[in-house]
Design a protein around this ligand. Structure first.
Ligand code: DGL
Length: 261
C-alpha cells in the first residue's frame, strides 16, 4: 500500500475519542481510519500519569504495527501524559493530541461577551488526571489574566458515559449535582472526549452557557499535519473506518453506536 493510502490511527481509553473521529471523518472523508478503544484498561482518568503513559505507548504501537501513517491521541488524559514523549521518540510520524479548548472559550468571553477585564468565567470539565497534570497547569497559567479559569475534576463521568447512554438518568443525576454550584459561568470547556456526547444535557443544566470542545480543532490540526507531511490521501472514494478494541466485540459495537449517534 502506498503511504498516502495508509490509515490514520485514532485512539482513546474507550468510546470518547469517537467524538473526535466524527469530526475527522466529516472533514477528511477520503481518509482510511482505524479507531482503537482501550476499553480493557478504561478509564484512564483515575490512573497515575505513569500508568496512562504506558497504556498510551501501547495503543500507539498497536496502531503503528497496523500500518498507521499518523496518530491522533483522541484523549485529553493520554495527551497530557504522553504526547511530548511520543513526539520525541517518533519524530517522523505526525502525532496530534487533544487538549481542553480553553483558548476559544477565553476569546468568546473577551469578544462576544465583551468581558475584556479578565472577568469571564470558564469552567473546565476534565478527568482528575488531566487536571493534575503539569500540561494543564501551564495551559491555565497562559490564560489566567484573561479569564477566571475554574478546573472541575469529574471522577467517573467517563465511565458513566461509557456504560452506553450519555443521556442516562445516572449521567443526568451526576451532572445535576456536579454543576449546581456553577450556574453563573460564561462558558464550559469539555476537557475529556467522552463529554461531548452529553453536551445537550450539560447545556440544559447550564442554560445560556456556551460549550466548547476540542474535537473539530484537533481534527483540523490532524489534517493539516498529514497534508504538510505529504500523506493526505488523494483518492476520491470514501475511506474505510475500522473499529477495534482491546476488550471485546461489545466495545466495538459501542464505538459504532456512538459514531452514528
Ligand atoms: N476520554 C478521555 C479524555 O479525553 C478519558 C476518559 C477516561 O478514560 O477517564 O480524557
Amino acid at each position: 500500500m502506498i503511504d498516502r493510502e495508509k490509515p490514520i490511527g485514532v485512539f482513546d481509553s474507550g468510546v470518547g475519542g469517537v467524538s473526535v473521529l466524527r469530526e475527522l471523518v466529516r472533514i477528511a472523508p477520503f481518509e482510511n481510519i482505524i479507531y482503537y478503544g482501550d476499553s480493557a484498561n478504561a478509564p484512564y482518568g483515575d490512573k497515575s500519569t505513569d500508568e496512562v503513559r504506558e497504556l498510551a505507548f501501547a495503543a500507539f504501537n498497536k496502531l503503528i504495527s497496523m500500518g498507521a501513517k499518523a496518530i491522533v491521541v483522541a484523549c485529553n488524559t493520554a495527551t497530557g501524559a504522553s504526547v511530548r514523549l511520543l513526539r520525541e521518540q517518533y519524530p517522523d510520524i505526525p502525532i496530534v493530541g487533544i487538549e481542553p479548548a480553553i483558548k476559544p472559550a477565553v476569546i468568546y468571553g473577551e469578544t462576544v461577551l465583551g468581558k475584556s477585564d479578565g472577568s469571564s468565567k470558564v469552567l473546565v470539565m476534565a478527568t482528575p488526571v488531566t487536571i493534575s497534570q503539569s500540561k494543564f497547569a501551564h495551559l491555565t497559567e497562559e490564560y489566567e489574566k484573561r479569564a477566571k479559569i475554574i478546573p472541575l475534576p469529574c471522577p467517573h463521568l467517563a465511565e458513566l458515559i461509557e456504560a452506553g447512554d450519555p443521556n442516562s438518568i445516572e449521567v443526568e443525576n451526576y451532572l445535576k449535582e456536579l454543576l449546581a454550584p456553577y450556574k453563573d459561568v460564561d462558558s464550559v470547556v469539555l476537557g475529556c472526549t467522552h463529554y461531548p456526547f452529553s453536551a445537550s444535557l450539560i447545556g440544559e443544566l447550564l442554560p445560556g452557557v456556551k460549550i466548547f470542545d476540542g474535537g473539530l480543532g484537533t481534527a483540523k490540526e490532524a489534517l493539516r499535519r498529514i497534508e504538510a507531511a505529504g500523506l493526505k490521501n488523494e483518492n476520491k472514494t470514501e475511506g474505510s473506518i475500522s473499529f477495534i478494541s482491546s476488550k471485546n466485540e461489545e466495545s466495538t459495537e459501542l464505538y459504532k453506536k456512538f459514531f452514528y449517534m
